[in-house]
Design a protein. Structure first.
Length: 259
């Protein structure tokens, strides 16, 4: 009897910090070009501004995961990353920084070993709780929020906290079959401010008192980190909101029957 041939499972290639940083930089450049084509600001409350902030937060984690070189090399690399992901950079400067980043990643930084990873299991939100949802994108966003917080990049953590909250609210509306209430005429989901107002006004659920009181403060925390160019979040800014933040995420995930 002929033996059955078993297919070998393809091994998923792990992205190195260098590869991740270059991918994010390419995505940032593309995001800014599309925003310009659609006459959208990178500092306002819109999809492109939010995406650039998120990419910047992820790039911060990739940068932290790189091994160390000299202080001068590290500072120079940080400046390139800042230029690429900054909302105020000129297109020509951003493109030039991307070319220099590619060169640096292919030469000086090519073989630097990765640093020890940051704690991604706790800090902002327990990863074990998100794993119960079975939603990979929720776990990924939670991991980035926790990693940024542990690394001391509090604006990055704040932006990822905002994204996790937005996604959890949308999950709740979708689970109830009322997601049209949080979409515009082009079938795009509302931004954070409208999402929170709709969630607070929704009659098909009853949010805990602390969540009702704290949602607008959580919105403002995310807004400041994402859109205020003069604001730099500190650990204390996040810490005082973590209790109501966790309660809010869990409330919406329970409504969505994910916990």
């Amino acid at each position: 009897m002929a033996k059955k041939k078993t297919k070998k499972k393809a091994t998923k290639k792990v992205e190195s910090p260098q590869q991740r940083l270059l991918r994010l930089a390419d995505e940032a450049i593309n995001c800014t070009r599309v925003a310009k084509r659609h006459s959208k600001s990178l500092t306002g409350a819109n999809h492109y501004a939010d995406k650039l902030s998120t990419l910047g937060a992820e790039a911060t984690l990739a940068f932290q995961a790189l091994g160390s070189l000299s202080l001068g090399d590290t500072s120079a690399l940080a400046e390139l990353i800042e230029t690429i992901f900054s909302t105020g950079s000129k297109p020509a400067d951003r493109a030039s920084a991307l070319r220099d980043l590619r060169f640096e990643m292919a030469t000086k930084w090519k073989d630097t070993p990765a640093e020890a990873s940051f704690n991604v299991d706790g800090g902002v939100f327990p990863l074990e709780t998100l794993k119960q949802t079975g939603r990979g994108y929720l776990i990924s966003v939670g991991r980035q929020a926790n990693g940024s917080y542990d690394a001391g990049y509090y604006d990055g953590a704040s932006v990822m906290m905002r994204r996790l909250l937005e996604t959890s609210i949308i999950e709740a509306f979708e689970a109830k079959g009322i997601d049209k209430k949080v979409k515009d005429e082009e079938e795009q989901f509302f931004q954070m401010t409208q999402l929170i107002e709709k969630a607070l006004a929704e009659s098909s659920w009853n949010l805990p008192r602390n969540v009702k009181k704290g949602l607008r403060e959580l919105r403002d925390l995310g807004h400041r980190s994402a859109h205020n160019r003069y604001y730099l979040a500190k650990k204390a800014d996040l810490d005082k909101h973590l209790g109501v933040y966790r309660e809010s995420i869990e409330a919406f995930l329970h409504i969505a029957d994910l916990l």
